[in-house]
Design a protein around this ligand. Structure first.
Ligand SMILES: CC(C)(COP(=O)(O)OP(=O)(O)OC[C@H]1O[C@@H](n2cnc3c(N)ncnc32)[C@H](O)[C@@H]1OP(=O)(O)O)[C@@H](O)C(=O)NCCC(=O)NCCS
Length: 164
C-alpha cells in the first residue's frame, strides 16, 4: 500500500471537506481551507493519501517558536489502523526549527488525547467553553527535540480497507 504525505492543494478540498464534516461537529468551511492553502504564509496544510486517495489531512501553523497543530483527521473508515500515529510522527518531523508543539483538543476526545499522550504531549491547561457546544478544550504541549522523532508505528492496512 503506497502512503504519501504531501502539501494540500485546492483539488484536495472536496475530499478533505468530506472527512472534516464527518469527524467534526463544528467543521471548518471551504473558505477556511482555501485561506490555509493559498494565503496563510504560516500554514503548512498537508494530506496523507493511500493509493492516491486522501485518507487524512492536517493544518499546522509554524508560528515562530511554536508548531501549532490546528487540525488533524483521518477518514472515519480508516481510523485505528496506525495512520494517525504515522501521520503525526511525520508531521512532528517537519518541526525542526520550532521549540514546542501545541494544540487544543476536546476534553471528551479520548482517541485524540490518547494519540497525543503517546507522542509525549502533556496537558498544559484548559480553555473553558472553547467549543461552540460549550465543551472545554485541553491545551496540550510537547517540547520538541532538534532531532527526528522516531516512534514505533505499525500500519495495519489491507487492500480491502482501502476499497472500503
Ligand atoms: C485522532 C485521530 C486522528 C487518530 O487517528 P487514527 O488513525 O485512528 O490513529 P491510530 O490508529 O494511529 O491510533 C492512535 C491510538 O489511539 C487509540 N485509539 C483509537 N481510538 C480510540 C478511542 N476511541 N479511545 C481511546 N484510544 C483510541 C489507538 O488504539 C491507538 O493507540 P495505541 O497506538 O496505543 O494502540 C482520529 O481518531 C481522528 O481523525 N479523529 C477525528 C478527528 C479528531 O478528533 N482529530 C483530533 C482533533 S484535536
Amino acid at each position: 500500500m503506497k502512503t504519501v504525505i504531501r502539501r494540500m492543494t485546492l483539488d484536495d478540498l472536496d475530499e478533505v471537506l468530506k472527512i472534516e464534516r464527518e469527524v467534526f461537529p463544528d467543521s471548518w468551511s471551504r473558505k477556511s481551507f482555501e485561506f490555509e492553502v493559498i494565503h496563510n504564509k504560516y500554514s503548512l496544510p498537508l494530506v496523507i493519501t493511500l493509493q492516491n486517495k486522501v485518507v487524512g489531512y492536517s493544518i499546522v501553523w509554524k508560528l515562530f517558536e511554536e508548531f501549532h497543530i490546528a487540525n488533524i483527521a483521518i477518514h472515519p473508515q480508516m481510523q485505528n489502523r496506525g495512520l494517525g500515529s504515522y501521520f503525526l510522527q511525520e508531521i512532528l518531523n517537519l518541526s525542526m526549527e520550532q521549540d514546542y508543539a501545541l494544540l487544543e483538543v476536546r476534553e471528551s476526545n479520548q482517541a485524540a488525547i490518547h494519540l497525543y499522550k503517546k507522542f509525549g504531549f502533556l496537558k498544559l491547561g484548559i480553555r473553558t467553553r472553547y467549543y461552540a457546544n460549550g465543551e472545554n478544550a485541553l491545551i496540550m504541549k510537547k517540547q520538541l527535540k532538534k532531532t527526528a522523532n522516531n516512534y514505533p508505528v505499525r500500519l495495519n492496512i489491507t487492500q480491502k480497507s482501502v476499497e472500503g
